[in-house]
Design a binder for this molecule. Structure first.
Ligand code: PMP
Length: 400
């Protein structure tokens, strides 16, 4: 008889089991711009705390105050017993910041995206970028809508899929704002125009861009001058906000519907008090310290230019998500290990997070990095390139 515990290992599990590199689930014993791993201090170049707020004293102090006042947990879901005034304050502030009538905060960004399932049913058609985050893919599956995936950032393909879809269906376009692995931006002006032309609603996941993009950090909509043109914005508090939590920002009627029907909200414990207080403190810093954005973008530009001049392929990124395409998954794990040996912690990203043969090392600078940290990252990549030389693909080659 089949045994559900006896399933074959996933491709990722097999890859890791066969490799001498150990890039995943590594326990750190200290965190910051530098981290401690196995008793060694290395540069942290693989963390989405872009603005470096997770350990900012103003943020940790706000979290500590909330912890002392409310305890560690709300011990229940928002709907029954887990709502604090802090959650409502955060919702009001996020709605104003992102640019929507109302907001709903959730326990994680993944749950915010899963909540979208409550807007969908089998009569609807969703048009989704192929590189969208896994949580958006799962939301569409859970909602039971027809799922049409268009090639990454390909407006022509999106337009053709929209034109070919059955009339009468509810239509929703869903895209990441800034892509979490490629570091490029969705072509928002073209998407807004297609949404209007085809009567589709538009959801943008701003997990990586809220706090980071736009003059005031209001995200990809501000970057393109399109605040108010996206129907619903989702996001996370675990990246630029240095906390944990998720958000949905949009029309009050839609947010109210989600509050009472999204199963990922109704049936899961609320965001902890310390996380809500930390996010509020971070939002104040995001609004008042634009130099943090300038600093992290400066680091990103230096990394992108430096890596390209060393012969690495960094794709189309223009942001602090700096992908370094390696192509082959095994080679990617090896590159990761050699970078670590050279004193730099990065992220090894392989399938299913990216397409097979598109494995990459993700490098993410933070505002708290010094120029010396960035030099150390570039030195490590130079050293690995010298060591592995002929094994590595030439720029532009790996399955692009
Ligand atoms: N959307 C995107 C684009 C993400 O990168 C992530 C985090 N990896 C999420 C959603 C989920 O956010 P969280 O970590 O808060 O669950």
């Amino acid at each position: 008889m089949a045994d559900v515990f006896g399933k074959e290992r996933s491709a990722l599990h097999r890859l890791v089991a066969q490799s001498a590199s150990r890039p995943y689930y590594r326990p750190l014993t200290a965190r910051g711009a530098e981290v401690e791993l196995d008793g060694r201090t290395v540069v942290m170049a693989g963390c989405n705390d872009y603005l470096g707020l997770s350990a900012d004293p103003r943020v940790t102090e706000a979290a500590a105050r909330a912890l002392r006042r409310y305890g560690v947990s709300c011990s229940g879901s928002r709907v029954l017993n887990g709502t604090l005034a802090l959650h409502e304050e955060l919702e009001g502030r996020l709605a104003a910041f992102v640019g929507g009538e109302a907001a709903l905060v959730t326990t994680t960004g993944f749950q915010a995206n899963l909540a979208l399932a409550a807007l969908l049913d089998e009569r609807d058609a969703v048009f989704a970028d192929m590189s969208n985050h896994a949580s958006l893919v799962d939301a569409v599956r859970l909602g039971g809508a027809a799922h049409h995936r268009y090639r990454h950032r390909d407006l022509g393909h999106l337009g053709r899929l929209l034109a070919a879809s059955e009339p009468g269906r509810g239509r929703l376009i869903v895209t990441d704002g800034m892509f979490s692995m490629e570091g490029d931006l969705c072509p928002l002006p073209g998407i807004v125009e297609l949404a209007r032309r085809h009567g589709a609603r538009l959801v943008v996941d701003g997990a990586h861009d809220i706090g980071l993009l736009g003059a005031r950090g209001r995200g990809v909509s501000e970057h393109f001058g399109l605040i108010g043109e996206v129907d619903l914005v989702t996001g996370t508090l675990s990246k630029c906000f240095g906390s944990v939590g998720g958000m949905l920002v949009g029309p009050a009627s839609v947010v109210e519907h989600l509050r009472h029907s999204a199963r990922s909200v109704l049936f899961s414990a609320a965001m902890p008090p310390a996380s809500a207080a930390a996010a509020l403190a971070s939002l104040r810093i995001i609004e008042s310290e634009p130099e943090r954005r300038r600093r992290v973008f400066g680091h990103a530009r230096r990394l992108l230019a430096g890596l390209r001049s060393l012969g690495w392929d960094t794709g189309d990124s223009t942001t602090p998500v700096v992908p370094v395409y390696v192509g082959d998954s095994r080679l990617c794990l090896r590159v990761w290990q050699e970078l670590l040996d050279a004193g730099v912690f990065t992220n090894a990203v392989v399938a299913p997070a990216v397409a097979r043969n598109r494995a990459l090392i993700r490098v993410t600078p933070q505002a708290i990095h010094t120029d010396d940290h960035i030099s150390r990252v570039l030195d490590a990549f130079a050293r690995v390139r010298r060591g592995l030389g002929p094994l590595l693909p030439a720029p532009g080659v790996p399955g692009r």
